[in-house]
Design a protein around this ligand. Structure first.
Ligand code: HEM
Length: 620
């Protein structure tokens, strides 16, 4: 056998792919062709093969190869070169033998074998969940609308009388859970089997070293696959946001709520900026210890841009690149590559929000208690000094800090915008909430006032229910095969949670499209006794870590809004566009009017903000 050529394959790539592989590879040698070979495994496995096995003297019809265990030592560079040369040789010889007819024959043989194996396997397992009929080759790809897909899934669920639906396209499988019952059973009770995330191919578009280091991402809890890195990030990120710990952020939240309400009243045309400032200032302070000084702050713009980049990239894991990863190599000017074009254009926003606040925080090193980043850097540096290895690297710290800001700012801002919208559209609800807050002593609300505001709490719950911001959740992925109510769920299946369908189920919520916070009150208190909505913060092991923080932020700002102002239609012109279902459900910057509820409350608000400014001046 002649061995020619050399390889460009690097040891690093091999070792990352197959860090501990050891196995046997079968080769078959065709006797008439000298050294033409049909290789069942080696062609797919890019790894060194012990060359001594290849030098087997007898060109017999079959023999075994040992793939050596690769851990620890460097590979033998000779064997790397020879393996690839061997492949080249094989390809060359194979092409000599192939005619068009034999190629077609081989292809047909391959397809039929695949189908027979598929059929045999399918025969021995329960049926898949119901699906609407797909198209030849494309499967369900064109059937699912890009915009407001959650509504279509809810319709299908009704039409096919199944709360669990199955879809497949180009080999990518996905399941949509349309009921709380199925989501609770699978994602909560059997949570360990559904705690993975799918590959987010579009977000991964720009390939650097780490799988989540693409589209400008550093390692980001939200997108991390189930595994050691994920566990490390969750272990670091979850504790500071536990219910028992979020009280430590109440001062920031109260401060930002007051600033937000004053800005809404003083500059109603720019009320959306006040809302954005509120949401970003809280998470920026927690994450980096940075302040948002003015409505023109670069941090507000940065937060807005990153929210835009993610929001308009569409529901995660649903683009053509996610369904058919090879399409990411197609030119972006093609009409159906709009989402990839968008992701590439906005990549800088994710990079900026990961890098710039971190640099700003590091330029003023202070106490470890100042912020998440300062705390983690103090641990990191102390480990360095004591020569203890840092599992949580600087890149991890950057990624985790950016996750708090990215995951926590737009979600909170958009929910607050929705609250304003529903108060504007439902004046009777607003007046009920005003009555409740007026029953408190005539002061601005604080966190200790919140337990006395049960109706205000229901108002927030109804806002969550009516328009979940991630109507299909952030998808999970199944790890092992599973069976649910006699339906087979294959491994590596993307699992969407149709939170919109769960919270609009007419058998649970009467008049599901109407905003009725009283619906949750017991019947004997004039309500309908309906259950509080669930799922807005996800399910099981991947449930949102920031839910308690978000709830506190939203409750204090809502109470301050209700105490200080009346929200109404804009004094001139139209409310404007409120919603876009382009990709995700996105709240648009609609118009509204904000008038002080009384001179006294406005005065109290102005004084409170003035006092905050003075205190901040003294701190500086
Ligand atoms: C109203 C505000 C918020 C909403 C509606 C919301 C919603 C969600 C949803 C639906 C998920 C996916 C859960 C799952 O996959 O099952 C999630 C995950 C996550 N959220 Fe939130 N969130 C909000 C606020 C926040 C805040 C303030 C933070 C920051 C501390 C945060 C940090 C995260 C993180 C890090 C994850 C990923 C968890 C994981 O994959 O393990 N969220 N959120």
């Amino acid at each position: 056998m002649s061995i020619v050529g050399s390889t460009s394959l690097k040891w690093g790539q091999v070792s990352r792919k197959h860090p501990r592989y050891a196995g046997i590879c079968m080769l078959t040698v065709l006797p008439t062709s000298g050294c033409s070979m049909i290789d069942h495994r080696a062609l797919q496995l890019e790894m060194p093969i012990d060359i001594r096995q290849l030098n087997h003297p007898s060109h017999q019809s079959s023999f075994s190869l040992y793939l050596p265990c690769l851990t620890g030592t460097d590979p033998d560079s000779t064997s790397m070169t020879l393996l690839l040369s061997f492949k080249q040789h094989f390809t060359y010889q194979l092409l000599d033998y192939l005619t068009i007819q034999s190629t077609i024959l081989l292809l047909l043989l391959g397809i039929s074998t695949y189908q027979v194996v598929h059929f045999l396997r399918a025969r021995n397992r329960p049926p898949l969940p119901t699906s609407p009929p797909g198209e030849f080759l494309l499967g369900h790809y064109r059937l699912v609308p890009e915009d407001a897909a959650f509504k279509k899934y809810a319709e299908w669920s009704k039409e096919y009388n199944s709360d669990v639906l199955f879809f497949e396209t180009f080999g990518t499988k996905w399941i949509v859970l349309n009921s709380l019952e199925s989501a609770t059973e699978l994602l909560e009770k059997r949570g360990s089997n559904y705690a993975d995330r799918p590959r987010f191919v579009m977000f991964e578009d720009f390939q650097l070293m780490e799988p989540t280091h693409r589209m400008g991402w550093s390692p980001t809890l939200t997108w991390l696959r189930w595994g050691p890195k994920y566990h490390l990030h969750r272990k670091v990120l979850q504790p500071p946001f536990a219910k028992s710990k979020v009280g430590q952020y109440q001062d920031y939240q109260l401060r930002e709520a007051l600033i937000c309400c004053k800005s809404m009243l003083d500059d109603p045309e720019n009320w959306v900026i006040a809302v954005r400032r509120f949401a970003v200032a809280i998470v920026l302070k927690i994450s980096y210890g940075l302040n948002v000084d003015s409505p023109d702050s670069q941090w507000i713009k940065l937060a807005e841009e990153s929210a835009e980049a993610i929001g308009k990239s569409g529901p995660p894991a649903s683009s053509i690149m996610d369904r058919f990863p090879l399409t990411r190599y197609l030119p972006t000017w093609l009409p159906f590559m709009e989402r990839l074009r968008y992701a590439r254009t906005w990549r800088h926003a994710i990079e900026d929000i990961t890098r710039l606040p971190f640099e700003a925080a590091m330029s003023s090193p202070t106490s470890p208690t100042k912020s998440f980043v300062h705390h983690r850097m103090a641990i990191h540096n102390s480990n360095l000094e004591r020569s203890i290895p840092n599992d949580f690297t600087i890149e991890d710290i950057k990624g985790a800090a950016a996750t708090i800001v990215i995951a926590g700012n737009d979600t909170t801002a958009a929910t607050l915008m929705l609250l304003v919208l529903y108060l504007l559209k439902n004046p009777h609800v607003q007046s009920l909430a005003h009555s409740e807050i007026s029953s408190l002593p005539h002061n601005l609300p604080t966190f200790s006032s919140l337990p006395s505001l049960p109706f205000t709490h229901l108002l927030l719950q109804e806002t969550y229910r009516l328009n979940p911001l991630s109507p299909l959740g952030i998808p999970h992925s199944s790890i092992q095969p599973d069976t649910y109510k006699g339906m087979y769920i294959p491994p590596n299946t993307i699992i969407y949670q149709n939170i919109w369908a769960m919270n609009h189920n007419p058998s649970i919520y009467s008049d599901p499209d109407d905003f009725i916070p009283e619906r949750y009150l017991p019947v004997d208190q004039g309500g309908r006794g309906e259950p509080l909505p669930q799922g807005n913060f996800g399910f099981g092991r991947r449930v949102c870590i920031g839910r308690h923080l978000a709830e506190n932020s939203l409750m204090i700002v809502l109470a301050t809004i209700l105490a200080t102002m009346e929200i109404g239609e804009p004094e001139t012109g139209e409310v404007g566009e409120e919603w876009s279902f382009r990709g995700q459900a996105i709240v648009m910057p609609f118009r509204a009017s904000f008038r002080p509820r009384s001179d006294k409350m406005k005065e109290l608000l102005d004084e409170a903000v003035k006092k905050l400014d003075e205190e901040e001046g003294e701190d500086r």
